[in-house]
Design a protein around this ligand. Structure first.
Ligand code: CP
Length: 314
């Protein structure tokens, strides 16, 4: 694997999931592979799970890790080509990416979308400029439109907890008070399209994901109908793609989309976290043994570890 910026970088998903599970059983089996190699993690946005699990994954492989909160600690970056840099940006991505490449063996980047400029977000200008100008592999820790490490952890979790060969998996939109990116549902949908599952998405009118990414996937408006006989229910809020980055209605209008124990039935509950209790999902679900959110978060380590292992392997 030369880089991991989206799911197309995976050549054999089934093998990758099995390798991740093997690493989970024996996390230090490749503890010398990363010796004298350094992962530099650049955060343009907040994180709990991605930061801690990716750092742990690298250390399990024997790598050294440097973490930088880019917005507060680094010079403000310019991404436009040919700009007269007489504004608030101090350093161009061309130099920054090449300089970081002198100090690291892998660069990991987290950079959320603007949610105001669809074209700019879809160009993935932050992560793609790192790919373009860095001379070392780049790892996506959640970009404007994708969260491939989360999606890999989700696929590992479903593989561990499924009780039938082809489980039914539902991605169910949930209400929220803030406008959130589409990166997690985009990557989850793309991942489910690669897995042997019966997959559908349910969301209210106006919240369809990018049709390019969901083509071939059933979108069911009626949440109750979609949830029927589900084995796994992945709940997530996202802002509108059509009315880009907007919340279309006040919370009260869509609060009937909150996941409840009654709606979940006997299915397993999944969410990438962080989650707003009693907005996205009620307490009873999160506190039940049907909730997989903690094992899912644990699998973030082994998703990151298997990807880093493949990237640094000779
Ligand atoms: N799921 C996830 O990416 O969590 P963090 O935002 O805390 O990293």
């Amino acid at each position: 694997m030369k880089k991991y910026t989206d799911l197309t970088d995976i050549s054999n998903l089934e093998a990758l999931i099995e390798e991740a599970k093997a690493l989970k059983k024996d996390p230090f089996s490749f503890e010398n592979l990363g010796k004298r190699k350094r992962l530099v993690m650049l955060f343009f946005n907040s994180s709990l799970r991605t930061r801690l699990s990716t750092e742990k994954a690298a250390q399990n492989l024997g790598m050294d890790v440097t973490v930088m909160n880019f917005n507060s600690d680094a010079w403000k970056l310019e991404f436009e080509d040919g700009t007269v840099m007489n504004g608030d940006t101090s350093e161009h991505i061309k130099e920054a990416a090449q300089v970081i490449s002198q100090y690291a063996d892998v660069i990991a980047v987290r950079a959320f979308p603007t949610l105001t400029d669809k074209k700019k977000d879809e160009s993935e200008y932050v992560i793609n400029n790192f790919v373009k100008y860095a001379t070392i592999p780049v790892l996506n820790m959640e970009s404007a439109t994708a969260h491939p490490l989360q999606a890999l952890a989700d696929a590992i979790t479903i593989s561990e907890f499924k009780t039938k060969d082809r489980p039914k998996v539902v991605l169910s939109w949930a209400p929220h008070t803030k406008a959130l990116p589409q990166a997690v549902p985009n990557s989850f949908a793309a991942m489910m399209q690669l897995c042997d599952v019966d997959f559908c998405i349910t969301n209210p009118e106006g919240y369809d994901l990018n049709p390019e990414l969901t083509k071939g996937t059933k979108i069911i408006r009626n949440q109750k109908e979609a949830l029927q006989d589900a084995d796994f229910v992945y709940v997530k809020n996202w802002s509108s793609y059509t009315n880009y980055g907007e919340i279309l209605n006040p919370f009260e209008t869509n609060k009937n989309w909150t996941m409840t124990q009654e709606k979940l039935g006997v299915a397993k509950f999944m969410h990438c976290l962080p989650v707003r209790r009693n907005v996205v999902v009620e307490d009873a679900v999160l506190d039940s043994n049907q909730s997989l959110v903690i094992p899912q978060a644990n699998n973030r380590t082994f998703a990151a570890q298997v990807v880093l292992k493949q990237i640094i392997s000779p």
